[in-house]
Design a protein around this ligand. Structure first.
Ligand SMILES: Nc1nc2c(c(=O)[nH]1)N[C@H]1C(S)=C(S)[C@@H](COP(=O)(O)O)O[C@H]1N2
Ligand SMILES: [Mo]
Length: 207
């Protein structure tokens, strides 16, 4: 005999569970598509650095070795691309933006209300400080327990899983604080300034 409620106590999620994980207009994929606006840059680790820049021109920089010494976390999150694929339970290793900001403050870099992330290859994206602090964003260096593959942004990419994946800038090298919200690459081409998948903030003008 099968109890009508027993299903909920077993391992598998019922259909409603998947529906709850899928933002409006999205479908689930088990692939990991590569979406890059240009060629994959390959900066050797001994020439790689990460820089945090204040609005007053103060900067803090870390070499790869110094960056590796910052506290790393492993996080499991769903990701959502504006081209409508979502991938559930992806596992990343990285340094939280909170930890980077704290380390930057110790070197005299003061935060401001917005950021622009800048990458090898010239890609940029903008974010409010509130969307990258409070345990919501990381600079990821690992995926599935391995170093992040260059096509997916290795050696290091921004990971902001609660917003559309174009905000998760691959090959990120710099975070610049800004007093005003300034459009990045896709935002300047008609994509939404914030990009919350649960509100379907895909394009300029979407509420
Ligand atoms: N530097 C850089 N970062 C980028 C992009 C890019 O073209 N260049 N594409 C963005 C977009 S639109 C998406 S959906 C994701 C894709 O990440 P993936 O290739 O690891 O799936 O990276 C984002 N970050
Ligand atoms: Mo995307």
């Amino acid at each position: 005999m099968t109890s009508p409620i027993s299903r909920g106590f077993r391992g598998r999620r019922p259909d409603t569970g998947i529906a709850m994980k899928l933002p409006p207009g999205q479908y689930e994929t088990h692939e990991f598509p590569v979406l890059s606006a240009g060629p994959t840059p390959r900066t050797p680790l001994d020439r790689w650095s990460f820089t945090l820049a204040g609005t007053d021109g103060n900067k803090a920089s870390w070499s790869w070795t110094e960056f590796e010494a910052l506290p790393h976390e492993t996080i499991t999150r769903d990701i959502h691309c504006v081209t409508k694929w979502s991938k559930f339970d992806t596992v990343w290793t990285g340094v939280s933006v909170d930890a980077i900001i704290e380390a930057g403050a110790a070197k005299g870099v003061r935060p401001a209300q917005f950021i622009v992330a800048a990458c090898d290859g010239g890609y940029t994206t903008n974010l409010p400080l509130a969307d990258v602090t409070g345990g919501k964003a990381w600079v990821a260096v690992g995926f599935d327990g391995k170093p992040l593959h260059p096509e997916h942004g290795g050696p290091a990419r921004l990971l902001v899983p609660h917003l559309y994946f174009w905000k998760s800038a691959k090959w990120v090298r710099e975070i610049h604080f800004r007093d005003h919200d300034e459009p990045g690459f896709w935002e300047g081409l008609g994509y939404h300034m914030r990009g919350d998948p649960w509100k379907e903030q895909r394009y300029t003008g979407d509420e």
